[in-house]
Write a protein that binds this ligand. Structure first.
Ligand SMILES: NC(=O)c1ccc[n+]([C@@H]2O[C@H](COP(=O)([O-])OP(=O)(O)OC[C@H]3O[C@@H](n4cnc5c(N)ncnc54)[C@H](OP(=O)(O)O)[C@@H]3O)[C@@H](O)[C@H]2O)c1
Length: 258
């Protein structure tokens, strides 16, 4: 394992679920943390809590990754001490709706494409030049099993995560001579705020996704992200699919009686 102490890690979507768990997991390893998301109050609370619990530097700010101007502006004006980013975790993302395509609401498509694809591109494009110049860095994308398999009622979410798979692969090729690692971690079912967002706040529907088996927790995925980030410099874990034990494919989950 290579130490993450004093590395600077930039995490998008750090107010909930996997992104939040990553912020704590990297701080625990002694890394300095840059966290962002749209909900400023939450991102500030998390930053304060991390500063109390760990002896690391933390910078928190509001960022909607789908706003290209804001992405460039905020990343270009990071304070001294946070400018050199060693690890970028492109985590911000969401699903909206689980409906047959012909019954689906196109507003959700816009949100998913703008966040999961364009947001990831904007943030990566803003941060990569400094990594290329230094010839060091690691980009870790949070993809999904939906980036490997399409499933019914998920056409656009699956399309966005297939895009993440493709972008990750191409980036790795573009960066082959730059000593920069590019990885995806592709979870199955993780119990986070994801389903609540996907079902527009319908708590019962969201809860039912995780009933009858043990889903992954956000901390399980944060463990995987820390593992990938802390391999020796010459080791790049290109792709890691992580399922709960009761899941074998995107829509194949063994549930005990509810
Ligand atoms: N949960 C799963 O089963 C699962 C499985 C596979 C992959 N994933 C992927 O894991 C990633 C994290 O999701 P999660 O499960 O941790 O869900 P979550 O608990 O809902 O967290 C999503 C995070 O993304 C942020 N976010 C959403 N839109 C954003 C935007 N436009 N700009 C900046 N931040 C934004 C949210 O913060 P704000 O609302 O404060 O902006 C929140 O912090 C996503 O990319 C998701 O597709 C999840």
């Amino acid at each position: 394992m290579e130490s993450l102490k004093n590395k600077t890690v930039f995490i998008t979507g750090a107010t909930s679920g996997i992104g939040k768990a990553c912020a704590y997991a990297f701080a625990r390893e002694g890394a300095n943390i840059i966290i962002s998301a749209r909900r400023l109050n939450l991102v500030n609370e998390i930053a304060q809590d991390i500063k109390i619990k760990f002896v690391v530097n933390v910078f928190a700010f509001q960022l909607d990754v789908s706003n290209h101007n804001d992405v460039n502006k905020t990343i270009n004006s990071l304070p001294a001490g946070f400018k050199k980013i060693d690890i970028l975790i492109n985590n911000a993302g969401l699903g909206r709706g689980l409906n047959k395509f012909y019954e689906d609401n196109p507003d959700g498509w816009e949100e998913m494409i703008d966040t999961n694809v364009k947001g990831l591109l904007y943030v990566t494009h803003a941060i990569l030049p400094q990594m290329v110049e230094r010839k060091s860095g690691h980009i870790i994308n949070i993809g999904s099993i939906a980036g490997h398999e399409a499933y019914a009622k998920g056409s656009v979410y699956c399309a966005t995560k297939h895009a993440v798979t493709a972008i990750t692969k191409s980036l790795r090729m573009d960066l082959i001579d730059k000593n920069i690692r590019v990885s995806t971690i592709d979870p199955g079912l993780v119990e986070t705020g994801f389903s609540d967002v996907r079902f527009y706040g319908d708590k019962e529907k969201a809860k039912s996704v995780y009933k009858g088996y043990s889903p992954l927790s956000a901390d399980d995925i944060a463990d995987a992200v820390v593992f990938v980030a802390s391999r020796k410099q010459h080791v790049n874990i290109a792709q890691m699919i992580v399922f709960p034990t009761a899941q074998a494919a995107a829509t194949m989950v063994h549930k005990e009686d509810l």
